[in-house]
Design a protein around this ligand. Structure first.
Ligand code: G3H
Ligand code: 13P
Ligand code: NA
Ligand code: ZN
Length: 312
C-alpha cells in the first residue's frame, strides 16, 4: 500500500539522494510516474494538488494511487510509494485528504506571517500525526507563476527562522525558498538562472539532517519546448532550473524535489507530435500512449540527471 515519507527521507538523507515528487493529473501520468520509478528502483511521491484532486475526483484519487501501486507490484517492484497533497491550504482540506487515504500532506502557510504560519502548520502536524501521516510545511515565498519573475520578488527563507519553525510546529519536512518558482517561466530571458545555494547551506547548518523540500524545480527542457513549438504550440521565454543547479543539492539534506511543469510539457509535446504527424488519428490510446512514453522517458532521465534515487 501507500506509505508516508518518513522512511523515504531517512534513507535519502543517509545515502545522499532526493526522492522525486511528481505531480499527476490522470491515469496516464500516474502510470508514467510509477512505471518510470519502478523500472529505476526509485522511491516515489505521487503528488496531487487540490486542483488535480478536483479534476480527478476525490474518490478516484486514492483508488488510482492504490491501483498504481498494485500495477508496479504485479511487475515485481517493491518501491515505496506515497500519496501526497501538494500545497494544502487549510486544515479542512488536509482532514479530508487524510480521510480519503493520503499518506502525506503539505500545509502551505507560506503566505502568512511567521506566527500564523507556525499556528496553522502545528495544527496540521498535530492532526496528521494521529494518523501516521507526514507533514510538509513551507517557510519563505516562491515568486508567483504569472508574475514577471525576477529574483528580487522571491522572499527567500531566512535561515535564522528555520530552527524555531520546525521545533515549534513539529512538521516532518520543510519547503524553502531559494530562487525556484512554479511554472515554465522561472527566470528573465538573459538572466543568470542561479539558486541561492548559500542560503540552503546556511539552513542545513541550522537544522542538520532535517528533510528539506524544493518546490518549483522543473528544468523546462528545450527538447519539449521545441517539440511543442514544432507541432503548433506557443511557448515563449520558457526557462527552468538547470539540472546542474539541483544535482549537488540532492546530496545534502534536500530530500524531496517537486516537478510538475516538466511532466506537463512532455505530455503536451507527445500529444502534439502525434496530432502534427498524423492528423487522421482519433483513437485516444494512439496519442495518449506515445505521450505516456514521452513522460516516462522524461521521469527516468530526471532521476538519473538530478535525483540520484535509482536503485535506492
Ligand atoms: O505547485 C503547483 C503545482 O504545479 C500544481 O499546479 O494547482 O495547477 O495543479 P495545479
Ligand atoms: P514546477 O512548476 O517547477 O514543476 O514545480 C512544481 C511544484 O513545486 C509543485 O508543488
Ligand atoms: Na538528499
Ligand atoms: Zn509547489
Amino acid at each position: 500500500g501507500l506509505v508516508n515519507t518518513r522512511e523515504m527521507f531517512k534513507a535519502a538523507n543517509e545515502k545522499g539522494y532526493a526522492v522525486p515528487a511528481f505531480n499527476f493529473n490522470n491515469m496516464e501520468q500516474g502510470m508514467a510516474i510509477v512505471e518510470a520509478c519502478a523500472e529505476m528502483g526509485s522511491p516515489v511521491i505521487l503528488q496531487c494538488s487540490s486542483g488535480a484532486r478536483k479534476y480527478m475526483g476525490k474518490e478516484i484519487v486514492p483508488m488510482l494511487a492504490k491501483g498504481l501501486v498494485e500495477h508496479v507490484r504485479a511487475k515485481g517492484s517493491d518501491i515505496p510509494v506515497a500519496l501526497h497533497l501538494d500545497h494544502g491550504s487549510d486544515l479542512e482540506l488536509i482532514k479530508d485528504c487524510i480521510d480519503y487515504g493520503f499518506s502525506s500532506v503539505m500545509i502551505d502557510g507560506s503566505h502568512y506571517d511567521f506566527e500564523k504560519n507556525i499556528i496553522v502548520s502545528k495544527e496540521a502536524a498535530d492532526y496528521a500525526h494521529k494518523f501516521d501521516v507526514t507533514v510538509e510545511a513551507e517557510l519563505g515565498v516562491l515568486a508567483g507563476v504569472e508574475d514577471d519573475v525576477v529574483a528580487d520578488e522571491h522572499v527567500f527563507t531566512q535561515p535564522e527562522e528555520v530552527e524555531e519553525f520546525v521545533s515549534r510546529t513539529g512538521v516532518d519536512s520543510l519547503a524553502i525558498a531559494i530562487g525556484t518558482s512554479h511554472g515554465a517561466h522561472k527566470f528573465k530571458p538573459g538572466s543568470d538562472p542561479k539558486l541561492k545555494l548559500d542560503i540552503l547551506a546556511e539552513i542545513e547548518r541550522k537544522i542538520p539532517g532535517f528533510p528539506i523540500v524544493l518546490h518549483g524545480s522543473s528544468a523546462v527542457p528545450a527538447k519539449y519546448v521545441d517539440m511543442i513549438k514544432e507541432f503548433g504550440g506557443e511557448l515563449t521565454d520558457a526557462i527552468g532550473i538547470p539540472d546542474d543547479q539541483l544535482r549537488g543539492a540532492t546530496k545534502s539534506a534536500v530530500s524531496k524535489i517537486n516537478v510538475d511543469t516538466d511532466g506537463r510539457l512532455a505530455f503536451t509535446a507527445g500529444i502534439r507530435k502525434v496530432f502534427g504527424t498524423n492528423p487522421k488519428e482519433f483513437d485516444p490510446r494512439k496519442y495518449l500512449g506515445p505521450a505516456m512514453k514521452e513522460m516516462k522517458e522524461y521521469y527516468q532521465s530526471k532521476i538519473v540527471d538530478v535525483f540520484g534515487s535509482e536503485g535506492a
